[in-house]
Design a protein around this ligand. Structure first.
Ligand code: AMP
Ligand code: MG
Length: 343
């Protein structure tokens, strides 16, 4: 298939979004930007189109897709009436980097929900994404645009080769804003359970007077024994081929000396905060930003580069676990396959 490429880095082109919406309605796949990461989308009501997402990504069949809607009307068409707590969450955090698991209506195909009776719903705030869904006038199922197991795509240059010829259209809007995927929550026993951390934090949800629980699989390794609430958490994710390790201490000097100790006598690549860059005197280093927001914005693109360095070991500076740091720890622990030293 010839893949159309629409450049909207500087300006939104509504005619081209209309063209992309027609591709969605024909049952084809479209890569489009959201505020979190790029999505690979299909008409969520078209079983065959959704199956093609699994094929294009090499995604496990039991890993359900998030369904993107443009507004509350569309949301009500695909899910049963939300509870009071769910409604409060929707009213506060949608549109935005937030996914809520709700009871699915029958019009959602089983391949989308992976056979579950629930479905993850998200209302993106990014204008291109919202327009695409609105013009297509159908919900769009869209996981992150990356081959399964690879870091999510945060700029088209990183993922173009993975999908060229497999999708009808690529809409390029430059680098995404946030850089990590949406916060996924499910309301259980009147509490909000975070299944996947993201930009909307535990603290943000507590601020609106709701009780929040963090799923234990977020920072722990899935032991294969219990049934996971979020099937995606079972899978190897974000990990480069090169061995990675993360080192963290609240005391920065302590962290830096431990990193130097681990790097000793090895060819390493160090991924560190900008302000610590000059403290390491090894040959290969990458700056990841200073704030949690900057790190979130840069980290997936950095993880995609590390295999090019041909080093024995990649060492990543760790960060605190609260706020957006929980999402970063969740992704980086997977990238390091839980190879983590916390002092
Ligand atoms: P991705 O779209 O690749 O960013 O991943 C979607 C994430 O949402 C995965 O971790 C899924 O397991 C999770 N998810 C989607 N739908 C559901 C659902 N119905 N119940 C629980 N988790 C879900
Ligand atoms: Mg993904």
């Amino acid at each position: 298939m010839d893949t159309k490429y629409f450049n909207m880095k500087d300006k939104i082109n509504e005619d081209k979004i209309y063209d992309s919406a027609q591709e969605i309605l024909k049952g084809n796949l479209v890569i489009f930007p959201t505020e979190t990461v790029y999505g690979i989308g299909a008409n969520a009501l078209d079983e065959n189109a959704c199956k093609n997402i699994f094929k294009a990504k090499g995604r496990a069949q039991d890993n359900p897709l998030i369904v993107h809607v443009s507004d509350i009307n569309m949301l009500n068409k695909v899910v049963e009436k939300p509870s009071e707590i769910e409604e409060k969450l929707i009213n506060t955090f949608c549109p935005g980097p937030f996914t809520i698991i709700l009871k699915a209506k029958n019009i959602i195909p089983k391949s989308v929900t992976a056979g579950l009776d629930t479905v993850g719903i998200r209302m993106p705030s990014k204008k291109i994404a919202n327009l695409l869904i609105k013009i297509a006038n159908t919900p769009i199922a869209a996981p992150s645009a990356n081959i399964s197991g690879r870091p999510s795509g945060t700029k088209i240059e990183d993922i173009r080769n993975e999908f060229q010829g497999k999708v009808a259209t690529i809409i390029d809007a430059g680098e995404v804003d946030i850089g990590v995927e949406s916060t996924v929550v499910k309301v259980m026993n009147n509490k909000v359970r975070i299944l996947r951390p993201g930009k909307i934090t535990k603290e943000d949800i507590e601020k609106i007077g709701l009780e929040v629980e963090i799923d234990k699989n977020i920072l722990g390794k899935y032991d294969g024994k219990e049934k996971v609430l979020s099937p995606g958490m079972k899978y190897r994710h974000y990990a480069p081929n090169t061995k990675c390790m993360m080192i963290y201490s609240k005391d920065e000097e302590k962290m830096i000396s431990k990193i130097k100790e681990e790097a000793n006598n090895k060819t390493v690549l160090i991924i560190c905060k900008d302000k610590n860059y000059n403290k390491y005197n090894c040959k290969y280093k990458i700056k990841m930003g200073n704030t949690l927001e900057e790190i979130a914005h840069n980290i997936f693109s950095i993880l995609r580069k590390v295999d090019k360095y041909n080093v024995d070991l990649v060492i990543i500076e760790g960060m605190e676990e609260d706020g957006l740091g929980l999402a970063l720890n969740n992704r980086l622990l997977r990238a390091c396959e839980y190879n983590y030293i916390k002092l």
